[in-house]
Design a protein around this ligand. Structure first.
Ligand SMILES: [Zn+2]
Length: 211
């Protein structure tokens, strides 16, 4: 399938497959959505992100009501809608249980060590949202609150949620965070992940401002 950036069902199918194929969303976990003029396009409940077709992407309003489609929307639909309601600049959301990122959420550790320049460029920390039952209103509201300040959060003992302007950027950010986590664990095995100095981090941040 060709990649297109207009914000269509095809986009969701394309990036959903890439998420699954990179082992970022195993089995039937994870959900993915896009803001459109008509509402929120979101993956259906209980689908494997690799095996979806057009019928597995449905349109809902901001209260989670089905507008178009024959399937139930993802059970995390309220979490997606909370984020879009809070943030005009976010048009695409990925929620997944990427094992190597979720390991931090299970160890109850936020991701905050600037071990790599590309991480330091975008993030000071990726915080940990307290545990609430998956699909609950409480989880949706807690995540919405964190998104007033952050574009990506860890969900304690659950997974990760990331919002961006496009699905392509959401995917690339998530892939970069996954690479960070893999590098971190490898470095820990080899004797310890060492952080960049404060000076190096501030140089990197200045580069970003200059762009
Ligand atoms: Zn989940």
């Amino acid at each position: 399938m060709e990649f297109n950036q207009k914000g269509t069902k095809e986009d969701i199918l394309y990036w959903a497959k890439r998420l699954y194929q990179k082992n970022m969303s195993p089995s039937t976990s994870g959900n993915i959505s896009l803001k459109t003029d008509k509402g929120i396009l979101i993956s259906a409940s209980g689908t494997c992100l690799n095996d979806m077709d057009e019928n597995d992407v449905v349109l809902i309003d901001y209260n989670g009501n089905l507008i178009e489609g024959n399937k139930k929307a993802s059970s995390e639909k309220i979490m997606h809608s909370e984020i879009y309601t809070k943030r005009d600049d976010i048009n695409a959301i990925i929620h997944c249980h990427c094992p190597v990122i979720t390991a931090f959420a299970v160890a109850h550790q936020e991701i905050n060590k600037p071990i790599l320049p590309d991480f330091a460029l975008f993030y000071d920390e990726i915080p940990l949202v307290p545990y609430y039952c998956p699909s609950s209103i409480e989880l949706a509201e807690a995540v919405g609150k964190y998104f007033e300040k952050y574009n990506v959060v860890l969900l304690k003992n659950h997974g990760v949620v990331l919002g961006a302007d496009t699905l392509q950027n959401a995917f690339y950010q998530l892939e970069m965070i996954r690479a960070y986590c893999e590098t971190y664990f490898g470095a820990e095995v080899l004797g310890g992940a060492r952080a960049l100095s404060k000076k190096s981090v501030s140089e990197i941040k200045k580069l970003y401002i200059k762009k």
